[in-house]
Write a protein that binds this ligand. Structure first.
Ligand SMILES: Cc1cc2nc3c(=O)[nH]c(=O)nc-3n(C[C@H](O)[C@H](O)[C@H](O)COP(=O)(O)OP(=O)(O)OC[C@H]3O[C@@H](n4cnc5c(N)ncnc54)[C@H](O)[C@@H]3O)c2cc1C
Length: 609
């Protein structure tokens, strides 16, 4: 049976020692934070994930969701676990207190989410998407929605979804067909089909509040193949009466659920909107003049806010799947005996040594561990930057630019690495990893979708290279380079730290050269930019995680020099940092070589041949 232990020690290290959150009282929501409060929340959430969510992970995968007579049912135990999750208030951690939340900063929500996703990704998606949906109601809804709908979503009594994808479009939302027609009373009537909607229907909550994007037709009833009239709507499964109670069933019907490779406990639904009553969340669109071309609409900004939050949430799923897969592989390699150590038997009285003596097994374990812990540090730093962005600090603007730049990196690099880690963990099990009862193959199947939904990883790379790199003369990458460079300069005189400072500097130099390469070649041949985008995103992930490892190595060196009693923890931090410098940073030069190859071979390929 697979196991999961909440990585509380590492989370505490990142929060208290690396990011020193107790010294950041000036940030919004940090005023009353104490180390004890943070540690208590994390310990209680960890216990809940270990004891309630993880035991349902394998059984939920075996049973999956069902759809009969128009009713979706989640696996046995999910309903009770969901109630316990809501009763404990885990769903509303970051929501403001007046709406029934706990008002805690994002980095705490991130840690709790990570533990939930690691324990049971399929389950955690229900409250995860509800949180993304209630943030949208909070930021874009009107007073009635905030008073009557939001508190019920924060408490988890009602769930939420994000409905973007249609049969004819996922990435290219310009092609969407769902329409919302304005009514004299200011509401809209929505018609169309959305597919692949996570939690689109379920038996956990009485009501579901769908966040839907749809096009508003022009006065002739026409919609266009562009984004000019796209808007963002709230569509409840059951209408909400003036007093906030549930009213009649709205025109939203579940057409079915998908049979999937993984996350089988998460119901992935087809939703048919048939004259459903919808409430517009974005500003009213300005009618398009004949022949006018528009690249977007003001109504989409709320949707982008929700999608960015969801993209970061999916990146955290990458860390989570890597963590749980690593934990199980580590345990297995310390139990199973295979062969002997290359330098001679480690335990001569036994027929074979433990598998963990082999360098290649250690390579696989360290690949997972150094990714998970480095990525967790980058993600938490980003969550804090998102709060610095809303503060009065002089670096607020820079923090916002860096968070925005790193959002696609966190989504794509962390989910690629999470999948790589799950796959390596499965390899550690040999053939037993392929056998369902052992549970590790589930991590590979569950973790695979993270690379695709919420924008395929290749599309994230295009967002980074095509939009974020060059915007306003490249201010965002320059802000990241400056932040890393400042730290490197401050630490270049520290002799003991050179094994970490020098490789990060090499990686950063390569990344700066690659950025210049895109600036010079991208405008002339956009295919060259498209061809190298995935490699560039990976490079930015490797360098940013590498910088975090250098910072963590500095702390570990100081702790060990001071004789800290937690010796193995800090020694392993240095080992992981060394792994990243020796085995991941060198990828940067290979990636740059590949970027410089441009798009020649790719575009010369003839699909008909
Ligand atoms: C289990 C599951 C849960 C989901 N949950 C939700 C949900 O809750 N809500 C929701 O709205 N959707 C959801 N989705 C849909 C998901 O977000 C889409 O499947 C995804 O965005 C890709 O869209 P698509 O499938 O239409 O692929 P397409 O848009 O057809 O793209 C196919 C592939 O082409 C490539 N590609 C496309 N465009 C580009 C480009 N411009 N540059 C480079 N490469 C490109 C990518 O490799 C991509 O993977 C879910 C999907 C699944 C499978």
């Amino acid at each position: 049976m697979p196991v999961y232990r909440a990585p509380l020690e590492d989370m505490r290290f990142v929060i208290h020692e690396l990011l020193e959150v107790e010294k950041q009282r000036d940030l919004p929501q940090f005023e009353d934070l104490t180390a004890d409060l943070i540690d208590d929340v994390l310990a209680n959430a960890g216990k809940f994930c270990e004891e309630v969510l993880q035991p349902l992970n394998q059984s939920g995968d075996e049973e999956g969701c069902t759809f009969e007579n128009g009713v979706v049912r989640t696996p046995k135990g999910f309903k009770e676990a969901y109630k316990a999750y809501c009763d404990a208030g885990w769903g509303g951690l970051a929501a403001p207190v007046p709406y029934g939340g706990s008002g805690l900063p994002l980095f705490i929500t991130m840690a709790v989410n990570e533990m939930g996703q690691a324990a049971n990704q399929a389950f955690a998606m229900y409250p995860g998407l509800t949180a993304a949906a209630y943030s949208a109601v909070m930021f874009t809804g009107n007073d009635w929605m905030r008073d009557k709908v939001l508190p019920k979503m924060v408490s988890g009594e009602w769930a939420g979804t994000m409905c973007l994808t249609e049969p004819g479009c996922g990435t290219d939302l310009r092609l969407m067909k769902t329409k919302a027609v304005e009514q004299p009373d200011g509401t809209y009537r929505m018609t169309g089909t959305k597919i692949f909607i996570s939690g689109g229907d379920q038996d956990l909550t009485d009501n579901i509040i769908h966040m839907v994007i749809a096009k508003i037709p022009d006065e002739n009833g026409q919609i266009f193949d562009d984004l000019s009239t796209v808007n963002f709507f709230m569509v409840p499964k059951f209408l909400v009466k003036e007093d906030g109670s549930m009213g009649a069933r709205n025109g939203v019907a579940t057409g079915g659920i998908e049979k999937k490779m993984g996350i089988k406990g998460s119901a992935t639904c087809v939703l048919n909107f048939d004259d459903a009553i919808a409430y517009r969340l974005g500003p009213k669109p300005v009618p398009k003049k004949p022949g006018e071309k528009r690249s977007g609409s003001a109504g989409m900004s709320g949707m982008f806010g929700m999608m960015n939050a969801a993209r970061l949430g999916v990146g955290i799923q990458g860390i989570a799947i890597g963590e749980v897969a690593y934990q199980n592989a580590l345990a297995y390699t310390q139990e199973r005996r295979v062969g002997h150590a290359l330098t001679g038997p480690a335990e001569p009285d036994k027929p074979a040594d433990l598998m963990i003596v082999h360098p290649d097994v250690r390579r696989m374990l360290l690949h997972c561990k150094s990714f998970v812990e480095g990525a967790r540090a980058v993600a938490m730093w980003t969550m804090i930057n998102m709060q610095v962005m809303r503060s009065n600090r002089p670096e607020a603007e820079e923090a916002g630019l860096i968070s925005d730049l790193l959002t696609p990196v966190i989504k794509a690099f962390f989910t690629d690495m999470g999948f790589e880690s799950a796959n390596m963990a499965m390899q550690c099990y040999g053939g037993h990893g392929y056998i369902r009862d052992n549970g590790v193959e589930q991590f590979v199947r569950d973790g695979r979708i993270n690379q695709t939904y919420e924008g395929a990883n290749g599309v994230q790379a295009m967002d980074l290279v095509g939009r974020k790199l060059g915007r306003k003369g490249g201010v965002a990458p320059m802000a990241l380079f400056k932040t890393i460079n400042t730290w490197l300069t401050e630490n270049e005189g520290d002799e003991k730290l050179q094994p970490f400072v020098k490789p990060v500097k090499r990686g950063l130099d390569t990344m700066q050269q690659a950025t210049m390469w895109f600036a010079q070649h991208g405008p002339a041949n956009p295919n060259d930019a498209g061809a190298g985008a995935v490699d560039y995103l990976r490079m930015m992930g490797i360098v940013t995680v590498g910088w975090m490892w250098a910072r963590m190595a500095k702390i570990a060196q100081a702790k060990l020099a001071a004789g800290d009693s937690n010796k193995v923890f800090y020694q392993n931090k240095l080992v992981c940092a060394q792994y990243w410098m020796e085995r991941m940073i060198p990828e940067c030069s290979m990636l740059f070589e590949r970027i410089q190859a441009g798009s020649g071979a790719l575009m010369a390929f003839q699909a008909a041949g």
